[in-house]
Design a binder for this molecule. Structure first.
Ligand code: PLP
Ligand code: ZN
Length: 419
């Protein structure tokens, strides 16, 4: 694998984050070396029965397709051992007959960031870095803090004051990171982080190409669960757009290696108050940053760093980009909960987006669709609690029973439903 500029293509030194010629983001390029795809599929599958920690990771299990890092430097929490669930309530809600959730919130720190972080922190450790730093709306912070703790590195996090869920903050503090709240938003925090020298401290935001390599493995896990058959569509929430870039790269590489015959169309869903990518997809030209505002804090990002890479992936897949309102996200999130699965607000943008894409028939009723759920329901328990105490249609209020007879009557009524 070689590291190159994603824009002008010149080679880059490992450890750097930007192209020395054009300042573009870097990316790893897989050698088109011939692989025996049957042997490769079998190898990936056999590793799932192994007790080796690398084999139990849904990232390192695919190490032939990752940048080389010596096993003794790998820091893993067995990330990406993630389920694909059939969507039931979600399918009815969106009027889609073949629907599944790829639940990346079932990762060790409860978001997809772990799949990228294991590679970014392992690479930093192999280079001898002592300090990791990131800007975060919460999940990158929690993930970096956990992996840095395992690696014996110091972790420093910049967050927008008041812009991160309590649960994510508590989790990050628990793993021992130093958390610095700033007065600006996420975009400002990332701007500050980008001024550090990446040779001195490990910058582990998704501008770090090692993050993208780890996150692309979610595509492999999904494909493997489907005997290497791609769905028609994959729907993913978009914030800083690292994950869109990563998933697109994963599918393309799988196709180029001969592991699958066609790639899925990628639909990216943004929150209406933070939708600069939906704008640039519609209008063309360069991305125009916005002042981001949405209750889905994980995608409250106005100047997405990976927009060029992501746009390339969406176009290469013949996909689309749309936005949905916060009310639509709130209702869709409650539906994912009714499926016994649950997710945080940003993740539910995918179901809200699918519903919209079904309404205008961009996605057909019988298309084979996978929704990416990016974070766990407990990542923003305050949001869920407030929703259920509200007047929303799907709010599920706590009941007060006057006496035991009322409880017995309640049980009788519930039993009658199944009689
Ligand atoms: C980080 C994150 C996103 C956004 O992903 P990008 O790669 O920034 O587009 C969406 N949902 C959750 C839960 C996240 O943590
Ligand atoms: Zn360049």
């Amino acid at each position: 694998m070689r590291l190159a500029c994603s824009e002008c293509g010149v080679d880059a030194a490992s450890g750097s984050l930007f192209c020395s010629e054009c300042r573009g983001l870097l990316e790893f390029r897989l050698d088109p070396a011939p692989h025996d795809v049957h042997a490769l599929r079998l190898l990936f599958k056999e590793r799932r029965a192994s007790n080796d920690s690398l084999d139990q990771s849904g990232v390192w299990r695919f190490r032939e397709l990752l940048p080389a890092i010596a096993p003794e430097h790998v820091v893993t929490l067995r990330e990406n051992a993630i389920p694909v669930y059939r969507a039931q309530a979600g399918a009815v809600y969106a009027d889609a007959t073949r629907l599944a959730y790829l639940h990346l919130g079932m990762n060790p720190t409860a978001s997809f960031k772990d799949a990228g972080m294991t590679v970014a922190i392992s690479s930093a450790r192999s280079r001898g870095s002592r300090v990791a730093i990131c800007a975060s709306t919460g999940n990158t912070a929690a993930s970096m803090a956990a992996y840095a703790a395992r690696a014996g590195m110091s972790a420093i996090v910049l967050v927008p004051a008041g812009g991160v869920s309590e649960a994510k903050m508590a989790q990050t503090l628990d793993y021992g990171a130093t958390v610095a709240a700033i007065d600006g938003d996420f975009d400002r925090a990332l701007e500050i982080v980008r001024t550090f020298d990446s040779e001195r401290v490990a910058i582990v935001n998704s501008i770090n190409p090692y993050r993208i390599e780890g996150q692309k493995c979610a595509a492999f896990v999904l494909l493997e669960s489907r005997r290497w058959n791609a769905p028609d569509w994959i729907v993913v929430p978009g914030g800083n757009l690292g994950n869109t870039s990563a998933l697109g790269k994963g599918f393309r590489e799988a196709r180029d290696l001969g592991l699958l015959t066609r790639i899925p169309k990628i639909a990216v869903v943004q929150a209406a108050g933070a939708a600069p990518f939906a704008n640039v997809f519609r209008d063309g030209g360069d991305l125009v940053p916005v002042e981001a505002e949405t209750d889905a804090t994980a995608i409250r990002i106005g100047a997405p760093a990976s927009w060029r890479k992501a746009l390339g992936e969406v176009r290469a897949s013949d996909g689309t980009v749309i936005s949905v309102g916060d009310d639509e996200i709130a209702e869709a999130r409650a539906i994912v909960g009714r499926d016994g699965v649950g997710c945080e607000p940003a993740s539910a943008a995918s179901l809200a987006g699918l519903r919209k894409l079904r309404e205008d028939d961009t996605i057909a009723r019988d298309d084979d669709v996978v929704l990416v759920l990016t974070g766990h329901v407990l990542k923003d328990s305050a949001y869920a609690a407030a929703f259920h105490a509200s007047v929303a249609r799907l709010a599920n209020k706590i009941v007060r029973l006057p006496d035991e007879a009322a409880l017995r009557a309640l049980v009788d009524r519930a039993s009658a439903v199944y009689a």
